[in-house]
Write a protein that binds this ligand. Structure first.
Ligand code: ASP
Length: 424
């Protein structure tokens, strides 16, 4: 590669992803409109359909990465998290209730506002059919896979979580046993899992780097063939998601008011740096050092509460992501003119919980695990392509809520009475 090529590549990479996507969006709108105007009968312009190829490739790569990502995230968390007894139980309760509330808020808002109904999106290709029936008992029976690696091959999130939990618990027990008898064999597995986890996240970065190209293709194609109508529905979806995220932040503040010595006001003032960093990086992992610092230095939590909520919670807890995944599934169902029955919505709740646990704290990770939520209720994953066009913005908003959730948990762990920091 000559110097100029290297220089060009680097300068393009220096443009932040959200800006690249915004540029791709604008160019795609112009190009799509141009195609729509110059081609009188879009049905004859078969080649326009090929514009969707980059998007399909990105989606396929995301689907392929989703299962290893969840598996490795769960195993890695089990092996590396250190959670002391009673604090650990409280932590699990806080994390679980927060995520459950987030999903319920998401489903309530989506059911109530129906952001997807009445809108027309292009139909999915014939390869993926929407399943309108779902048997919860069948799902229960299906939770144990026929073969260990089958969930990885089938992208079956429930089976995958089952396998991941079984291995996670066992590896953790073996590690504890070995530490007690001063053995170190577990380190090999721990390091291998950590390295594979890093590798999958690294490859995910490559795929994410292609998102602007995918956005360009899908938007240009959609506008050329269907005009702007499909995107109008997304406006209502964005507003609904923002409203639901706002409700979730109110819920955190009420929980703080009831269960922590940190007042909602001092929480917001003290943690604003972390919230802004989360919004600007769209990565809760990248924000972790800031989150930890504001909690211990500005809010004044004990170090153990801050680290438990942020480092452990930060790995498992992605309330904003869970809320978003549940809403997206419901939104697409509404767009398709279908109804998710209560048992189906229950499957959305369960898979969203696991999908949010499995989502890494990096930009766009929610999109990866969303493919699993869609697959679980038989929704065509092609529609995720349309969500990609607005994800650069919604990702920032849900990451802010992810980080706010971790910090709320830390404050709740610190208790109702402020204890002297050096009393630890
Ligand atoms: N970007 C989010 C985070 O870092 C994850 C997601 O994509 O939902 O927390």
């Amino acid at each position: 590669m000559n110097n100029l090529a290297i220089k060009n590549r680097l300068s393009w990479q220096h443009i932040p992803l959200y800006l690249q996507i915004a540029i791709a969006l604008i160019v795609a709108v112009l190009f799509g409109t141009f195609l729509r105007v110059i081609i009188p009968n879009p049905d004859t312009a078969v080649w326009i359909n090929h514009l969707v190829i980059p998007c399909n490739l990105v989606l396929k790569a995301l689907r392929a990465l989703a299962t290893p990502l969840i598996l490795l995230a769960v195993l890695h968390s089990f092996l590396t998290a250190s959670i002391p007894g009673s604090q650990g139980r409280r932590l699990v309760v806080f994390l679980f209730t927060n995520t459950l509330v987030a999903i319920l808020i998401g489903l309530l808002v989506a059911n109530f506002l129906q952001p997807g109904s009445g809108s027309s999106l292009p139909a999915p290709s014939a390869t993926e059919k929407v399943s309108t029936t779902l048997d919860p008992w069948g799902l229960l029976q299906d939770i144990v896979p026929d073969a260990l690696i089958k969930p990885l091959v089938d992208n079956n999130v429930l089976q995958l979580i089952f396998v991941a939990l079984a291995f996670g618990v066992m590896l953790r027990a073996l590690k504890t046993e070995q530490i007690a008898s001063h053995k170190t064999e577990y380190l090999v597995i721990e390091q291998a899992i950590a390295m594979l986890f890093e590798a999958v996240k690294g490859i995910l970065h490559w795929v994410i780097a292609l998102v602007p190209v995918a956005v360009f293709g899908i938007v240009a194609k959609t506008i050329a063939l269907h005009g702007v109508a499909p995107f109008k529905a997304l406006g209502a979806f964005i507003l609904a998601v923002l409203l639901a995220l706002f409700f979730q932040s109110c819920y955190y503040l009420v929980r703080l008011y009831l269960g922590s010595w940190v007042s909602p006001r001092s929480f917001l003032l003290g943690t604003s740096d972390a919230l802004l960093t989360a919004f600007s990086t769209a990565s809760s992992t990248a924000t972790m050092p800031v989150t930890f610092r504001v909690l211990s230095e500005k809010v004044g939590l004990r170090e153990s509460s801050a680290s438990l909520g942020v480092l452990v919670g930060g790995n498992f807890n992605h309330d904003g992501t869970a809320l978003y995944e549940a809403m997206s599934a419901l939104f697409i169902t509404q767009v398709l003119g279908l109804n998710l029955t209560l048992p189906q919505q229950l499957v959305v709740v369960i898979t969203s919980i696991f999908a949010s646990v499995g989502a890494a704290g990096i930009p766009e990770a929610g999109l990866v695990t969303m493919t699993l939520v869609f697959t679980a209720v038989g929704l065509p994953t092609q529609y995720i392509a349309l969500l990609i066009t607005v994800d650069w913005f919604l990702d920032r908003c849900r990451t802010t809520i992810n980080v706010m959730g971790d910090m709320t948990v830390s404050c709740l762990l610190d208790g109702k009475k402020r204890r002297a920091i050096d009393a630890e």
